[in-house]
Design a binder for this molecule. Sequence first.
Ligand SMILES: [Zn+2]
Length: 1030
Amino acid sequence: MGNVVSCENCFWCSASLGARRRRGTAACERALQHEVGERIHGFTVSQVTDIPELSLTAVKLSHDSTGAKYLHLAREDTNNLFSVQFRTTPLDSTGVPHVLEHTVLCGSQKYPCRDPFFKMLNRSLSTFMNAFTASDYTLYPFSTQNPKDFQNLLSVYLDATFFPCLRELDFWQEGWRLEHENPRDPQTPLTFKGVVFNEMKGAFTDNERIFSQHLQNRLLPDHTYSVISGGHPLCIPDLTWEQLKQFHATHYHPSNARFFTYGNFPLEQHLRQIHEEALSKFEKIKPNTSVPTQKPWDKPREFQITCGPDALAADSSKQTTVGVGFLLPDITDTFEAFTLSLLSSLLISGPNSPFYKALIESGLGTDFSPDVGYNGSTREAYFSVGLQGVAEQDVQAVRDIIDRTIEEVLQKGFEDDQIEALLHKIEIQMKHQSVSFGLTLTSYIAPCWNHDGDPVELLKLGSQVARFRQCLRENPEFLQEKVKQYFKNNPHKLTLSMKPDDKYFEKQAQKETEKLKQKIDCLSPKDKKQIYEKGLELQTQQSKAQDTSCLPALKVSDIEPTIPLTHLEVALAAGETPVQYCAQPTNGVVYFRAFCSLHTLPEELRPYVPLFCSVLTKLGCGLLDYRQQAQQIELKTGGMAASPHVIPDGTHLDVYEQGVLFSSFCLDRNLPDMMQLWSEIFHSPCFEEEEYFRVLVTMSAQELSNGVPDSGHLYAMVRAGRTLTPAGDLQETFSGMDQVKLMKRMMGMSDIGQVLRKLPRITKHVLNRDNMRCSVNATPQQMSLAEKEVEKFVQNVGRSKAEWKPGHLSVVEKPAPSGSSGSTHISGPRVLRKLITDPTFKPHQTKTHFLLPFPVNHVGECVRTAPYTDPDHASLKVLARLMTAKFLHTEIREKGGAYGAGARLGHDGMFTFYSYRDPHSTETLQSFAKAVDWAKAGRFTQQDIDEAKLSVFASVDAPVPPSDRGLDHFLYGLSDELKQVHREQLFAVSHDSLVAVSDKYLGVGRGTRGLALLGPENAKIAKDPSWIVR
Ligand SMILES: [Zn+2]
């Protein structure tokens, strides 16, 4: 539920320090006792290093008889992580590493049941489980806080990766196969099917992905980076089962493996298990998987490619993307790589950077081109910069600007403040704690370690920053010289442009048909008969009840019966504004949030709230113009942001709170400066820079529409819930397809000023203290200063100038639980929340089809059920997991070929079915109905229920970082007592209650439902008048 501001794709942002402390021996001290040369369970220690800036101790080892590499990072963090990484360097685009990544999860020697990952999701309290195929490695990570769970998952991961069954039918299911459209009817035409085949078809509808893929392929054309490791839809059907097995034998071998563990569990235990269960069964081989260095070019190159048209584009004549890429040195040179990643940030990040000023503010495009900046995921890194949303005739202008900007940087260098802001960012992000630090670390070191770079060097961020400062001191031209060497005088330079082709999807489909014909033409009657029989066999196998008893499992009794209490103190600032204080080990960082309720906002302004939020901290305030404001935010804070929120009430489906959440964090020493910035933003926000406002609107509109193919199921789900509750309607306005369309419309407006002039009208409803509550998470030592600063801030904030005009909405005042209402962990006065209800609202059914030129569908169906405090809510929550794991996954993913499908219950009481990148649409809706019949008939066991409960508790008990503790109370009015009651309701869910809620809410004619589909033309739906096509 938390939402602290941070930038994406940045390692430092997710860095976390000293999460939940556990009593006993400190993990780091224990790890420091290891000695170089020490032999433990077949491994030898080669290095022990303390890394104080990240509060961890690194122990490097290697396995004696196989040469497997091992890195352990000991740290006082209970969210322990394991990963194993294989160097997978394919030389064709059949997607062999990707198909293998999927197929090893179809069963192994010790655990011969299909999909052990999905099955383990319900038998474990894991906080993360997944597998990734990168360009040159495949990574299998998991994390958990429970030691027994760790051993269970480790056993499953080791067996899956080293001893998979790799059956032919698994290859057919996960990779590709020829099958009759209806597998039971040999008269229906043969088509391509398979999970990876469909996944990659979906992936290549994403234009940003197409561009980034080509950029890498063409800039590094000599070896593995010239192919698509995930697989190209037209090449995947060339992969054979034999090739897959061969690839496994040579790549998933200990001699080609890197093991990584992180957290406070002891190292010895991990080593013993890995040695005994896997490594001891292998001999050393010479894996021939290394990537040679790219031969540098002697002159620049250029390429043009095409993509599908953007269905949501505001201006169809401006759809070209152009970017320039430069090859950089080997990433195993860690300091050079560190320097170049900093230099890249200076060049492109934020409104004060040269490329932002020159390109974004030129108005020639809508946003940066995809994958802009430093990319260190390949052996030799690269930098790219460019624009998307450009008119074809402006391509040359963009290229000229890029050259000119490099020239300018070469002359002028960077301002000291810019460099300081960047180094400050590294400092605060090393201290800011996320819960997935282990995962962040393994992803951070994977590319460099993969090419035998030193992962420990990479983690010594403190010494890298020090060395960087020293280089700048000794040579003021340090950065300019790098710009000269790697950008100005670099002949290994690629210009890539991509323009839409109206016939793009048609041509792709045509090529697929040709490929299919080619395959079918060479089939003998005997082959065809075999294909039919195998199709049936696959269906039978998929329908067979799975015996999962071989898999290890936790029990419901392994779940903690009670939750730990979070102590909160509420006090009034300026005599009336409630402020919640939560003392936490935040490692020298203060987190300040404010929530302003929007209950007085006129309805016609609602659609503009997301835009208001996204520009509020970016257009300048007080005496600061937008550039100075950005500079101050970067120099003094880890980020300041506003976001719209719709908060459903826990007791009534038709009641909700709407408002804006302001979130921010800073180092202890900068709190007065950060609060001063908030004061200026609240007191005198600036909505005047029309030109820059247009830039911001264009960028967020482009970002929104680029996100649609990848988050289609989320848009379908939000839309499906629109007419079921008043909150659902607002959610669609704030974050649904309506919002995407509104933003796109604004982007095309010639007079953007009319939109800008609406924003101050929102100001008077939101930026005032009448409807405000605040929260602070900081260390106990910091609290009294924080209290003073918040007091000062609140006193500076004005009173509401808005009149409450009731219309057809009414306001319900609701006290949040507090000390005076019997809570043992919250002290201080009550917080009154102003909720909204619409007495005229009646839920009703709608079906919407958003027509989009994708080759796959995203489907959502939503049913109105019960609010959070209703015991039925707990049963429905377990039911959603049960249906996902035991029915929908098999029906829609395994049999139907969709990339994902499931059911979930929102905090708002909406029960939602969804599918993701789905070749089907109406059939999927039938599967949803079948899932309900299945549940009503009670065709599940106590074991199934227990598994669903484990999976629910894995998310209920997901670790919460210190920055976010107490946030449920602050935002939702949820006390720990209420959460404990809900917990007990979850434990009490039974077979009877599951059957009962399936019937009561989900049966035909019961709860009101809404349907939504994002996808291509659909003959069946076009004929059905109950659907609205948009
Ligand atoms: Zn995949």
